[in-house]
Design a protein around this ligand. Structure first.
Ligand code: 1CP
Length: 367
């Protein structure tokens, strides 16, 4: 007989038989708006950043090189799972890894981020960004396969950078506060913009397909800097390209998460791009976000990463508030509103995982 359980709104309903494995994990079930035994939790940028064991392993290895070594990728991806007991692992890589594989000369500079040797400015520059396939990122395929074996029932999240965020690094040549050159190209040479964003959508889609074929249980499309745009410009210049990536995975059988920072005005539009789950930053309470996104989507978020630097009672109060507001959504994956800050005490992350699990546990007789 099918089990009875409660969904995130507290409504009892029939549940499909539990099949086990990562596809039946609380994280994947929440992404699919299915009943869960507790609210799942993971942290963006949990791999690396604040962990001493990460700093040790990376001591003499450059960032891009570490992304190309399946043994290191596997170890770094597993570190936060072992330490914090999070409900999902995220592949250790970077959004520029597939762009480098597509032939763009770039490096990830410590303390700065991605730096592109010859920023993209012309149609010829766009042409030089080659389509990629599995062989161009064989190290990612290999790392995912190793990780899926090691992780057992814990799901692995694959990811890619969305066209706007990737284009910003390529056009600016590195991190930017205003994205001024990116916007100048977008407004001044819309055809060139669409050619570049279209090419980057193909690269992102191919990169995600490699990860899905190798066994990831979900994917996240990071459009970290999309919040720099008005809704009208987002719809005109970005949404078609992000939709191409997400729609290209409609038949892939894994949930898709779509995330950006400062996207309060874009949440409705982002929800139209095709993902099951919308990531929300700390600026928009989850109940408000849910009204903007609609009932067809789970939400992910949205603790301000800076709160983790405050005394524990403050952290606890914020976790409680976010869980309460998340109950307005059809399903909630607990996360930060953006990535873990390097100065975060890892012990606090571990305590947050335990607290989320404890506060959200559904009574066992209903599971
Ligand atoms: O989440 C994880 O733990 C997996 C590892 C991961 C992910 C998901 C890394 C490792 N990078 C990313 C994605 C990524 N990279 C994003 C989207 C997520 C986000 O918004 O945080 C972005 C915008 C980047 C670009 C990037 N790479 C930056 C930001 C620069 C800027 O514009 O402010 C930086 C600093 C990097 C380098 C990087 N990527 C990852 C690590 C551990 C590092 C630091 C490496 C080093 O300095 O040696």
């Amino acid at each position: 007989m099918a089990a009875m359980t409660t969904d995130n709104t507290g409504t009892a309903r029939d549940d499909a038989p539990r099949t086990g494995g990562p596809a039946d994990s609380p994280f994947v079930r929440a992404c699919r708006r299915r009943p869960v035994p507790h609210t799942p939790v993971w942290f963006m940028r949990q791999a690396g950043r604040s962990l001493p064991e990460y700093r040790e392993i990376r001591a003499n290895v450059a960032m891009l090189e570490s992304c190309r070594r399946p043994d290191l990728v596997t170890e770094i991806t597993l570190q936060p799972v072992r330490r914090h007991g999070v409900d999902a692992a995220i592949l250790f890589s970077d959004i520029v890894v597939p762009v480098a594989a597509a032939g763009v000369d770039l490096d990830i500079v410590p303390g700065t981020g991605p730096v592109v040797a010859e920023p993209v400015r012309t149609a010829a520059d766009v042409q030089r960004i080659r389509p990629i396939d599995r062989d161009d990122v064989a190290y990612v395929d290999e790392a995912v396969r190793m990780l899926v074996r090691e992780l057992g029932d814990t799901p692995l999240i694959g990811f890619a950078g969305a066209p706007f965020t990737l284009a910003s690094y390529l056009i600016e040549g590195g991190p930017s506060r205003t994205h001024a050159k990116t916007k100048a190209l977008m407004y001044g040479e819309p055809e060139l913009w669409h050619a570049l964003a279209g090419r980057l959508a193909e690269v992102a889609l191919a990169f995600l397909r490699v990860q899905i074929e190798a066994g990831v249980s979900a994917v996240q499309l990071f459009d970290s800097w999309a919040g720099a745009l008005s809704e009208a410009d987002y719809r005109r210049f970005v949404l078609p390209h992000s939709t191409a990536v997400l729609a290209g995975l409609a038949d892939a059988g894994v949930p898709r998460i779509h995330f950006g920072v400062g996207t309060a005005e874009l949440l409705g539009a982002m929800g139209e791009a095709g993902a099951e789950v919308i990531g929300v930053d700390w600026r928009t309470p989850l109940d408000v976000a849910t009204r903007r996104i609609g009932p067809e989507h789970a939400v992910q978020g949205n603790l301000d990463p800076c709160v983790l630097l405050a005394p524990w009672p403050v952290v606890e109060a914020e976790v409680r508030r976010i869980l309460d507001q998340g109950r307005a959504a059809p399903a909630h994956v607990f996360n930060l509103g953006h990535g873990v800050l390097p100065e975060t005490d890892p012990e606090v992350l571990t305590r947050v995982v335990a607290l989320v699990h404890e506060l959200s546990a559904r009574p066992a007789d209903q599971d």
